[in-house]
Design a binder for this molecule. Sequence first.
Ligand code: GTP
Ligand code: SPV
Ligand code: MN
Length: 599
Amino acid sequence: MNALSKEVAEVTRKTGAPATTLPALEAWVAEVAALTQPDAIHWCDGSDEENEALIAKMLTDGTLLKLNERTHPDSYLHRSHPDDVARVEHLTFVCSRNRDDAGPNNPWMAPDEAHAKMDALFDGCMRGRTMYVIPYCMGPIDSPLARCGVEITDSPYVVANMRIMTRMGAAALARIEREGTFVKGLHSTGELDPNRRFIMHFPEELTIKSYGSGYGGNALLGKKCHALRIASWQAREEGWLAEHMLIVGIENPKGETRYIAAAFPSACGKTNLAMLIPPEGYRRDGWKVWTVGDDICWMRPGADGRLYAINPEAGFFGVAPGTSSKSNPNALATIRRNTIFTNVALTADGQPWWEGLDDRVPAFDWRGNAYDSKRGPAAHPNARFTVSARQCPSWTPAAEAAQGVPISAIVFGGRRASLVPLVFQARDWRHGVLVGAAMGSETTAAATGQVGVMRRDPMAMKPFCGYNFADYFAHWLSFDRPGLKLPPIFHVNWFRKGADGRFLWPGFGENMRVLEWILDRAEGRAGAVETPIGHLPRADDLNLDGLDLDGAALQTLLTFDRDGWRAEFDSLGAYLDEFGARMPQALKDEQRRIRELLG
Ligand code: GTP
Ligand code: SPV
Ligand code: MN
């Protein structure tokens, strides 16, 4: 018996027989156990009993604190390590065999080197701990669009979050055993040393290795690692799209529901738009909004040529700060129970609190210190809640539809204090792809680093596209072909500021007015003016009934600023050139055409 199989035999003796009939899975789990040396292996079945036992364990060791049972039943607070509060983009690698396949948009490391580096970190890292094996399905369990994976982790917090965010456990394992293929994700929180923290993706091996962080986007591997970075690579090979998009249904007074998919960068309004409550006048007329997803969208052409979308997730990992009964009452109702809060503040009576919630003063900040307003915000700006999507009052069973929902409009958007109007429509698909490629946004607390810095974030996928952006844009362009009935593409900006630094547009529920124009345009109804950057509504083209908005603000929001756009398009041309010959000529031509129109 060689050393490895001796170690496997030893782990099996300690932990019992493997719990799968799939040899490839059994072998991988044994191999990981031999490397990481856990004391025990736990195969997650997703049951309530399993969850209760894990929660009890985390309450005992302090990983979770119980919140006020009267106001927030079955809800918990997790305080992370203070250096482990967000995604770490500079430590997140795409390890494709060919460096150019990862593109200038991704940190890259050669697969052999990355495996060696990670395996050295994982060596013996689970000694004294339990290794959890989490089979999960991204998407409705019976959906042909769904895909499965298995995450191995030593973090019970990750297990509890994966249980909310994915379809986790026995049903997923059954599908994996039937299909025989799955994405392999290996995770350990390690010692949480920011210098020994890496998130590596091996798209050609359908493998993820993540070490040294317990934070959502770094550790819940089904989410950004699988459902965006690995899936975007697979989607390109197989002719579909894996996008950083919400999916929302808008039901009109006639009872017809149309679905919109929208990509905004991290912490730029997807959760809020997905759960929007229409203004009073709309509600009176019978408009309703339905939430399918708030972060990720997998889309592919259906038999009728339209794009059909599923939300691969089962829960929301949402931004807490700014969430209030005014800005997002549906989110607030969703998180009243069965919710895990991470890095929020605490009131004296054990309720979760964050900036923007209400005017109470918390007793403890997110680190657990007595709250002192001089020491920064009470909740971490990237504090999050994890909660089942089904608890959302606007959740729709359409989120479980195996074939997905048909998409009537695609919307891109960014956080832009100046220049970019409230809304405009791209002339056609190719122009729309350029609008997506041109997206810029101010950075937010969702990733480590400076906040409020303008950067290019094409299609909100800068941190998440698992391959070269030039190839990604080419893939988007390839959908423009006979037989497909593609939705129109729009761009929105809820974040335009006035000279006084305040937002010009009220946003949140009032965004419904923009969605109505978008859906009307999709059906060839609402009016617009044509400009070089696309079609913009005039004030008369929008339903502004009952909206208290200053005429000058509205004017600014709907104005096309030719001089500003000239500079923007020059900078866009330089950006596209950074990708060299790989950038599709059609996109460069489109940029040039519009630059000429701008004069
Ligand atoms: P990720 O989960 O990081 O991908 O983010 P997200 O796109 O789902 O962002 P989310 O909806 O959680 O919004 C983040 C922040 O933007 C919150 O502080 C919101 O209050 C704020 N926000 C959302 N919608 C609007 C809006 O229409 N106007 C303004 N001014 N702020 C908004
Ligand atoms: C984002 O940063 O876009 C998120 C949170 O949705 S995370 O899942 O951590 O990436
Ligand atoms: Mn996101």
